[in-house]
Ligand binder design. Structure first.
Ligand code: BES
Ligand code: ZN
Ligand code: ZN
Length: 493
């Protein structure tokens, strides 16, 4: 789908179909040309409600307000309604008063995110007929303002949505077609395609050299050997280094603490953290952000076998801390422990880890919301604000000294599970905290995406399956940081 921004009035633009957004049930608005038909159809203009009038070649879609995520949701809903029609082009007015950026971005993101389909294994591919999507800046352009920002906004929104969709593709791919080695190859290919990006892949021997005893133990029983993937985007004159670490369990069977069968289904999605950080890096490079961005992925499979690691084993992590294994299904934190040690060696200015870490986080905040944890209130706040703009849902879960005590082990420095079943998302983050050196504590956030990364029913503009959770919030956050730094401070983009 190609996006075109035009200064022309919406009525002067030729297109096969028009999408009309109805704001706050205002069916008397000047954009609404089919008032009688809408009355007959009892169209009220509620969010996600659509009315398609094939003879008029118009589809109406409701929003309560022109808040950007409502725009994304409504555009996606309208496109879904006409996706199977014989329309090659659609047009939409951008409902802009002063600033051409925010709404235009939301329209493009809603369109691209909403029309993604995972078709790799379908014999018959269902390609979208719509090839052209035209956005009219009628209201804005009449004031003869410069529309270049809108053109730039389209490009940025395209990148953000496309890399989110690429994260979905990685996550949706079944475990045998996205093994650690294949994920590493994907990353190498990506580095070859992008400017200023390099990729290092460490194999099992590298993990041994690095003394990553926790990561190695989790990986041991699989025939698919582990990889540490380290992507770097380094533009000229970059000021800050932002490191993202991703949990890349290409499959999590639970290991010897085996998952019951109904909980094992969908554990291909345990590589969602990895998919997110790889795609964030791709987004940063394509947006040419002025920061050094790194993605570090611990990729392996948690399997059973004669050589599997066991409950009762004591592991030695890269920073020499000893870990008593009491449940082999709490494996993500073991892989991340070693990856976080490696990540702090890169001396980041900011450190974020993404992981489908705990079912407890899903219980705490529901399936649609990411849990964010960390020591710095300010950093959490800025990340949550970026997430809100991006349309991703996020909630902060607070640390406390009492929960920390629940990780004590009788025989090692720390246990890999908490002594209590309550507060499991936080105790998992507090486990990770042991592998973030003091000087990086305030630069670090942990994002538990166990809920939103993969949901087996569609919601908003998300399809059933992978959603690319975490990608958009990171790109919006980095963009905010870049705007803060730029001389021409542009508010609220
Ligand atoms: N990958 C799972 C967490 C998960 C659960 C992700 C549901 C997505 C949906 C993780 O490795 C795990 O199994 N965690 C255990 C930890 C427990 C043993 C302390 C869990 O959440 O039950
Ligand atoms: Zn697990
Ligand atoms: Zn897991």
């Amino acid at each position: 789908m190609k996006f075109i921004v035009k200064e022309n009035k919406i009525d002067d633009i030729n297109a096969d179909c028009e999408i009309v957004i109805v704001v706050n049930k205002d069916t008397n608005h000047k954009w609404v040309k089919d008032k009688e038909d809408l009355k007959t159809l009892k169209f009220e203009g509620k969010l996600e409600e659509c009315a398609f009038l094939p003879h008029q070649h118009r589809v109406y879609t409701g929003v309560d307000s022109l808040e950007r995520d409502e725009i994304r949701i409504s555009v996606a809903a309208a496109l879904k309604k006409i996706a199977n029609c014989d329309y090659k082009s659609v047009k939409i007015a951008s409902y802009i008063k002063d600033c051409p950026v925010t709404n235009t971005k939301a329209i493009v993101e809603g369109a691209l995110l909403g029309t993604y389909k995972f078709e790799r294994y379908k014999s018959e591919k269902n390609e979208l007929n719509i090839k052209e999507f035209i956005i009219s800046l009628e209201d804005y352009a009449q004031k003869t303002l410069n529309i270049d920002p809108a053109i730039a906004a389209v490009k940025e929104a395209e990148i953000i949505a496309e890399v989110t969709n690429r994260a979905k593709e990685i996550v949706n791919t079944p475990p045998d077609d996205m093994t650690p080695a294949l994920l590493a190859q994907y990353s190498i290919d990506l580095a070859n395609e992008l400017e200023d990006v390099t990729c290092f892949v460490g194999d099992e021997n590298f993990l041994k050299e690095q003394e990553m005893g926790a990561f190695l133990a989790v990986s041991r029983a699989s025939v698919h050997k582990p990889r540490l993937i380290h992507l770097k985007y380094k533009p000229k004159n970059s000021e800050k280094k932002i490191v993202f670490v991703g949990k890349g369990l290409t499959y999590d069977s639970g290991g010897l603490s085996l998952k019951p069968s109904q909980h094992m289904v969908s554990m291909k999605a345990d590589k969602s953290g990895a998919a997110a950080v790889i795609s964030i890096l791709e987004g940063a490079a394509r947006m040419k952000l002025p920061f050094e961005v790194e993605a570090i992925v611990g990729a392996c499979e948690n399997m059973i076998g004669a050589n599997a690691y066991k409950p009762d084993d004591v592991l030695v992590a890269k920073n020499k801390k000893t870990i008593e294994v009491r449940n082999t299904d709490a494996e993500g934190r073991l892989v991340l422990a070693d990856c976080l040690c490696y990540a702090t060696e890169q001396k980041p200015d900011f450190l974020f880890d993404y992981a489908t870490l705990t079912g407890a986080c899903v219980v705490a905040v529901g399936e649609y919301t990411t849990g964010v944890m960390g020591h710095s209130r300010e950093l959490k706040h800025s990340y949550m604000s970026a997430a809100n703009k991006s349309g991703e849902l996020i909630a902060s879960l607070p640390f406390n000294r009492y929960l920390k005590k629940l990780l004590k082990s009788q025989i090692a420095d720390i246990s890999n599970i908490s002594a209590s079943r309550y507060g499991g998302a936080i105790t998992a983050a507090l486990f990770l905290d042991n592998f973030v050196q003091d000087e990086y504590k305030d630069k670090w956030l942990h994002l538990d995406i166990a809920g939103p990364a993969y949901v087996e029913k569609s919601w908003g503009y998300n399809q059933s399956g992978a959603t690319g959770a975490g990608v958009r919030m990171a790109l919006y956050w980095m963009k905010d940081l870049a705007n803060k730094k730029s001389k021409h401070h542009k508010k609220d983009h």
